[in-house]
Design a protein. Structure first.
Length: 278
């Protein structure tokens, strides 16, 4: 299933994309796509509904983030070998883990706001997984039992705040609007092979990033297992898994976002995002 949230900010309704590409209101069955309602039990109930019988939502309505109020927004850095090379970093021997503030989350097509005093706002197309049930000390071979589905993320980053300021990366990853997610939360049964997915990102019509998840250093099952040794992952938590090469920081000379720029992100099976920088 392709689940989504449609409507104006803070008034989104849970919805699903039917087989004809129409958006159907599922608010009569669950009140939102949030940690309380993200469960395999609810998913099985939704699969039994005749979607064509549900009210249609106009496609012109705003699409919100595909998860409301996740408990955690975890991220993995330098997880593509070719991206690590372009930044001059060594290939990590363990996943580099950081957090993004959940207050950065916005819809997939909402504007990106450059923070005050920012000079180095950058882009990162990524695939994230959404946890479906508690994961704690999970073996890699059991990881899929805990993954509800996947979504597209733009891990927008301010490189000066992230790297040149002292402390952790979270400062450069958490500004308001730095976490567009969606449009869809795609259940894992619709993804033939999550380790063979194409990702791309364009800025002003120019291709900047092209990659495939088969170039990940640490695969998705390993990431969930690894994280579960340090923190429990709860239903609705988002874990974004790294970006392929082509970020502005890695270019010579470096290129960063400016007001008026337009980003378009595309990931196989997960849909598209389009954001204007303001």
């Amino acid at each position: 299933m392709k689940l989504l949230r449609s409507g104006s900010l803070n008034k989104e309704k849970p919805a699903v994309l039917d087989k004809n590409g129409k958006i159907r209101d599922i608010s009569s069955h669950i009140n939102d796509l949030n940690p309380k309602n993200i469960s395999f039990t609810n998913l099985e109930k939704l699969k039994k509904i005749n979607l064509e019988s549900l009210p249609e939502i106009p496609s012109s309505e705003r699409i919100g983030s595909c998860i409301a109020n996740p408990g955690k927004f975890v991220a993995i850095g330098l997880n593509y070998s070719d991206h690590a090379a372009e930044t001059g970093a060594k290939i990590p021997t363990e996943p580099i883990v950081f957090m993004k503030a959940t207050s950065c989350i916005v819809g997939p097509n909402d504007n990106i706001v450059i923070p005050k005093n920012s000079k180095k706002t950058d882009w990162e197309v990524e695939i994230a997984f959404v946890v479906g049930k508690e994961a704690k000390y999970i073996k890699e071979e059991d990881a899929q039992d805990h993954i509800f589905g996947y979504c597209l993320v733009n891990d927008v980053s301010e490189r000066e705040f992230q790297i040149e300021k002292l402390g952790q990366w979270v400062k450069g990853k958490s500004a308001d609007t730095f976490g567009p997610i969606g449009p869809y939360l795609v259940t894992k049964d619709e993804i033939p092979d999550v380790q063979n997915i194409n990702l791309s990102l364009d800025v002003n019509g120019k291709r900047m990033q092209t990659g495939n998840t088969n170039n990940m250093i640490f695969n998705i099952n390993y990431i969930l297992s690894y994280l579960s040794n340090f923190m429990s992952l709860q239903a609705g938590d988002i874990v974004t898994t790294g970006t392929p090469p082509g970020v502005g920081m890695g270019m010579k000379p470096q290129v960063f976002l400016k007001s008026g720029d337009v980003m378009k992100l595309t990931v196989d099976h997960l849909g598209e995002q389009k954001q204007t920088v303001v």
